[in-house]
Design a binder for this molecule. Structure first.
Ligand code: ACO
Length: 386
């Protein structure tokens, strides 16, 4: 009882202090800005307020840096012609992919993630100590446990961070973004590092022409931080995630988990590799990507013509064209790099975001609409002002 009354007094103290400082999140952040971010008192009050009082105003979240990494080794369509019964023409016509990158044998998912993370941190101008949350999206973790995020944390020396993985296949980067936005928005984290990294070459059946021509390896990362909330400054404007667990059998790695544990026999059957019903996945991909992106357009009130750059999941040029057409956004405003890297699952849109920014295709102040789709089935989208 005594503890409870101390707790109530503490809540009252926070409320009173917040009222004195006219705590709305924009004013809190204005205070931070005027002190060049050095004095974190306002942030701490906002965080405590969000912990203890309801309803609260969410803190804005900004994207402050991106980075990416792809391995050096290129696997071209003509290389694949020597491995399976396929042709450069078929792959380009049906997918748009010309080549993909393959990680070196000893190169782990966490190694690629670390490279992308370091580049994103450098672009953002943040130190490892400032990061308080690391989320890695991957379907090819270094180990089942510990998480790949923990390996990355050790590699970069982010001693103050909590680190964990999420699994949402090709949608994982935007699932990670949405998760980080919740933490930062509630004041539970201030600087988050989100990464998607994949060594898909490890789970591809190199004898199956219907899948092996599609996938590649790589990693993309971004740093998110409490934003200013000021019109025109960087902000995650909205994000959307969704899943349909009745369609797990369309795209999966059937073996190696608790359902079908690894045995000598199923290693020979290659049950540890990706199996996909491509045609059906294609159909759902177009429908869900369109619906998810449109839901953001409606929620934010952004008109399609106000979107400067669309960054879709880089799986298939025909899917990208179909989605752009359904959104009424000309394909010239869509950033495409799948011809160079193929489908790198969750890393694909993260790498594309970084390349769009570094190449100047997406500039400060631009509205970027990201939209992805993957196994699960899962889908996700995000509207970001750079
Ligand atoms: N080379 C030559 N022929 C091929 C190849 C190949 N690499 N692969 C398949 N074919 C053949 C098929 O055997 C079939 O031959 P048939 O008519 O004699 O039976 C024919 O080409 C047509 O096959 P489809 O599967 O119908 O080809 P489709 O036009 O659908 O293209 C593809 C296949 C590229 C896989 C397409 O369906 C696709 O991109 N699907 C979506 C994949 C996707 O987006 N995945 C996203 C998530 S990935 C993740 O989450 C990890």
């Amino acid at each position: 009882m005594l503890h409870y009354s101390i707790f109530l007094k503490f809540c009252h103290f926070l409320n009173e202090n917040a009222k004195k400082a006219s705590v709305s999140s924009s004013i809190v952040l204005e205070y931070d800005r005027s002190h060049k971010g050095e004095n974190q008192l306002s942030y701490r009050i906002a965080r405590a307020m969000n912990d203890l009082t309801k309803p609260f105003k969410r803190l804005p979240v900004a994207l402050i840096g991106t980075g990416s990494y792809v391995p050096e080794t290129r696997l071209t369509n003509s290389d694949l012609e020597k491995m399976v019964e396929t042709s450069n023409e078929w792959i380009i016509e049906r997918t748009g992919i010309e080549e993909r990158r393959i990680a070196a044998p000893g190169e782990k998912t966490s190694d690629m993630a670390t490279q992308a993370a370091k580049r994103a941190m450098e672009a953002a101008g943040v130190t490892a100590e400032e990061i308080d949350l690391i989320i890695v999206g991957t379907v090819t973790p270094d180990t089942f446990t510990p998480s790949t995020a923990c390996y990355v944390q050790a590699n970069i020396g982010a001693v103050n961070a909590a680190a964990f993985d999420i699994s949402a296949a090709c949608s994982s980067f935007l699932f990670a973004l949405k998760t980080a936005v919740q933490y930062i928005g509630c004041g539970q984290a201030r600087t988050a590092l989100i990464i998607s990294s994949e060594k898909l070459s490890h789970i591809v059946n190199w004898e199956d022409r219907s899948t092996c021509v599609l996938f590649g390896d790589g990693a993309g990362a971004a740093v998110l931080r409490t934003g200013t909330g000021i019109e025109g400054d960087s902000a995650i404007l909205a994000s959307d995630i969704g899943s349909d667990g009745t369609l797990t059998d369309l795209l999966l790695v059937p073996g190696g988990g608790s359902a079908i544990p690894t045995t000598e026999e199923n290693i020979h059957e290659k049950l540890y590799t990706l199996a996909m019903r491509g045609n059906e996945v294609f159909r759902y991909a177009v429908a869900h990507m369109k619906d998810s992106a449109l839901s953001l357009i409606e929620r934010t009130g952004i008109k399609p013509e106000e979107v400067n750059v669309v960054i879709p999941h880089q799986a298939n040029l025909r899917i990208i064209n179909a989605v752009a057409q359904r959104l009424g956004i000309p394909v010239e405003r869509v950033f495409i790099n799948l011809q160079k890297y193929g489908n790198t699952s969750g890393a694909a849109c993260a790498i594309a975001l970084d390349e769009a920014i570094r190449s100047g295709k997406a500039k400060k102040g631009d509205i970027v609409l990201m939209v992805t789709f993957g196994a699960g089935l899962t889908w996700s989208s995000a509207a970001i002002r750079l």
